[in-house]
Design a binder for this molecule. Structure first.
Ligand code: FES
Ligand SMILES: [Fe+2]
Length: 376
């Protein structure tokens, strides 16, 4: 495809990304629907950036694991015997079966096909009836290791050898949210599902609060004052905005025993998007998140989880309130599912065209420029 053709999604996106903020528009339709563009995103973004797999606290004991796919690559993340987080290929070194599925705990990794076994550190331990093959050498058959980091309690994994260390790369984001002490927030639930929309439609939905009063009129619309929102210019690795919450929403404001947060911080909620696809709503009392991975242009795999700040974990009423909140978040999610799946249907329509963005959608403008930079 000619890169200068107006039908080329990359060129179309560059044109949108070059607009000044005062004339910002939604991304071109092809960026959401083109299979070739989706493949380019896998190659340039999901196989090169740090991708969130979940919360490190969900892997507590040695042998606790999560099996996942990063940019189409089966990867397992586990808690090793020495307590470190380890990520490695989840494919057997014999005839390449995928090894672990879902989540669980193992003392060793056993291939479900012919029973080769691996230690948690990926070294091949047992392989039945292989003595007769002179080329077989256990030492050559370890599971390839994958870079993994614990950033403020988030498990981040990358297939890239060159991606900068997230502690440096995200230092500015960490500083912006430092007062919350997010690393000590405790995950209370997590779920996985697939929605019928493009991953960027869902990401964009999460990073703007412009839709709260209407899309979420039945749930949280009235609890958030979007006119008080602050939308700083996005940074290369993330965007962030904040809204103030009504103190009647007890869990979303600082617990009386929370002495870390002062002044406005006690009422402030931040919405942080760590590129490409970790979206965190962080409040003084609870957090919830989405970690996204594209399946194909029209489907996104979503990991949805959340939990409580330590003061609410320690308060006997905290988990009770959280059950109510979880119900509310589930209803919010149903509203977001409806909105984002309708957007995807609209994007696929023949007569639709991308419209102008509100200044309240500042993070979408920054996200557009991020995507444009990565796929160029
Ligand atoms: S493919 Fe794993 S033991 Fe054969
Ligand atoms: Fe929403």
């Amino acid at each position: 495809m000619n890169i200068h053709s107006p039908l080329d999604p990359v060129a179309e996106l560059q044109a949108t990304a070059a607009l000044p903020f005062g004339e910002a528009r939604a991304m071109p339709k092809s960026v959401y629907t083109s299979p070739a563009f989706a493949e380019r995103e896998i190659e340039r973004i999901f196989r090169r950036e740090w991708i969130c797999v979940g919360r490190a606290s969900s892997l507590k004991e040695p042998g606790d694991y999560i099996a996942t796919e990063i940019g189409g690559e089966p990867v397992m993340v586990l808690r090793d015997r020495d307590g470190t987080l380890r990520a490695q290929s989840n494919v057997c070194r014999h005839r390449m079966s995928v090894l672990l599925e879902g989540r669980g705990n193992v003392s060793r990794i056993t291939c479900p096909y012919h029973g080769w076994t691996y230690n948690l550190d990926g070294r091949l331990r047992g392989a039945p009836y292989m003595e007769g093959n002179a080329a077989f050498d256990r030492k050559d058959l370890c599971l390839p290791q994958v870079r993994c980091a614990d950033w403020l309690g988030w498990i981040l994994v990358t297939l890239s050898e060159d991606a900068p260390d997230p502690h440096a790369h995200l230092a500015e984001a960490a500083a912006e949210i430092a007062p919350y002490g997010m690393e000590r927030y405790h995950e209370e639930f997590r779920e996985d599902f697939v929605w019928n929309t493009n991953w960027k439609v869902l990401a964009e939905n999460f990073m703007e609060s412009y839709h709260l009063p209407v899309c979420h009129a039945g749930t949280i619309g009235g609890l958030s004052d979007i006119e008080d929102s602050v939308f700083p210019e996005g940074r290369p690795a993330y965007n962030i905005h904040s809204i103030m919450k009504d103190p009647s929403f007890t869990l979303s404001v600082a617990h009386p025993s929370n002495t870390r947060l002062e002044g406005d911080w006690r009422l402030k909620t931040v919405l942080l998007t760590v590129y490409p696809s970790l979206m965190i709503t962080l409040t003084p009392g609870y957090f919830w998140y989405l970690a996204l991975q594209p399946v194909d242009p029209g489907h996104v795999r979503v990991r949805f989880g959340g939990g409580l700040a330590p003061e609410f974990v320690d308060d006997p009423e905290g988990p009770v309130h959280f059950q109510a909140l979880k119900q509310l978040l589930a209803e919010v999610n149903v509203e977001d599912k409806g909105c984002t799946e309708r957007v995807y249907r609209g994007i696929c329509a023949g007569m639709s065209t991308p419209g102008p963005l509100s200044p309240m959608e500042r993070p979408l403008y920054d996200f557009t420029r991020y995507i444009a930079g990565k796929v160029a």
